[in-house]
Write a protein that binds this ligand. Sequence first.
Ligand code: EPZ
Length: 422
Amino acid sequence: MTIYEMEGGRRLEGELSAQGAKNAALPLLSAALLSREVSVLEHCPDIDDVNVQAQILETLGCRVTREGERLTIDAAGAEGFEVPRALMGRMRSSVMVLGALLGRHGRGVIHSPGGCAIGARPIDFHLKAFSDMGVRIDWQQDELTATLDAARDSDVALPFPSVGATENVLLLAAAIPCVTVLRGAAREPEIVDLAHMLCEMGAAVEGAGGDVITVRGTKELHGVQHRALSDRIAAATDLCAAAITGGSLTLCDVNTRHMGSALELLRHAGCAVLSTQDTVWLSAPKRLSGFGVVRTMPYPGFPTDLQAPFLALAAAAQSGSVFIESMFENRFHHVEQLRKMGADIEVQNRVALVRGTNLTGARVQTADLRGGAALMLAGLAAQGVTTVCDAGHIARGYERLAQRWNSLGAAIRVSTGEDLPT
Ligand code: EPZ
């Protein structure tokens, strides 16, 4: 198990470049499966979830090689259509392979997807959309077989702007010689990035970024070279590290248009934040003010993936904040751990009332990816030493987080746990 031991109270300052977006790279890897040619994906972060998705492609017959942040996918031999149960369970985005398998082979076999324990995370929206496209769905215990006998023009409506369901529909629609209209689509930048790649491969995708997307697909999708977006969630988490320590950060290679709500909140808490299209400069006050009321929403609202990191900032602030988690029903696991550090937080259902206070180092346990980042942030500000028992969650989505923050002045020691006092 990975353990991060960190000494708090150190001001972070310096310059970083944003990592590639986990939640863009994952569907882009699935899209590479749609062509029998070679695709090259740049700016793919070297993180566990992306590497597991690459393993899934390999079990399906792709040859995937990594050189730094470049992944080369040769999908010529990808004749497999069943994702192994063990790999399915490793993360949520394994379900996104189903749309690509249907697009490539007209069939796919998956098992219940894994992912952060932040709620039930059903896949009913995905399956309803596929059945509206003519896909037959058969469940046998936890094994799901999807079959597309005859592709047809479809008009599909999502009951909620689900990111994954939107991406799954686009992956199938791009690979069938039909017109698919998707209404109620999610509008996240990662979906626009996927649409760009599908267009580069030969599909016609219009309206991505809005709530109605029209796709004219084709059986003849070709290999491409595509650069993944920068990770807006990891970038905002880096800014939080400077903000919670009264520090300053220059963050390069970001797409600031995708970070509006996070930058606005950091300004509200007292940070000076300047930005151009691809760079953010942040300078934090000695102590942050509270955020007022923060409600997580589908894009372009405040992202649910930043709820935990910003809640950690609120816990160390000099005034109060209220967080309303409207996207997932169980995404406050980090609160109990922050309380071990002295945080004053009350949770009622999807609402967390946070009174800012001084935090003290403690031994804490992560339960999910973004909650783990929140505990690391709290450890940066806490008085004394914090030990974050990670169980690998943080490495799923953040590329060399300890190394990045140590380059800014943090004192984080990474170990496997055997050599640390219990
Ligand atoms: C994606 O998950 C992201 N993951 C999540 O990031 C992110 O939190 C989420 O979108 C919301 O932005 C990836 O892109 C790999 P949803 P996804 O479908 O697609 C419910 C991270 O930390 N729902 O938009 O699973 C669902 O339970 C991760 O990087 C159904 O009920 O999210 C949730 O309450 C965590 N039925 C809401 O919709 C369905 O079929 C939004 O889920 C699908 C979703």
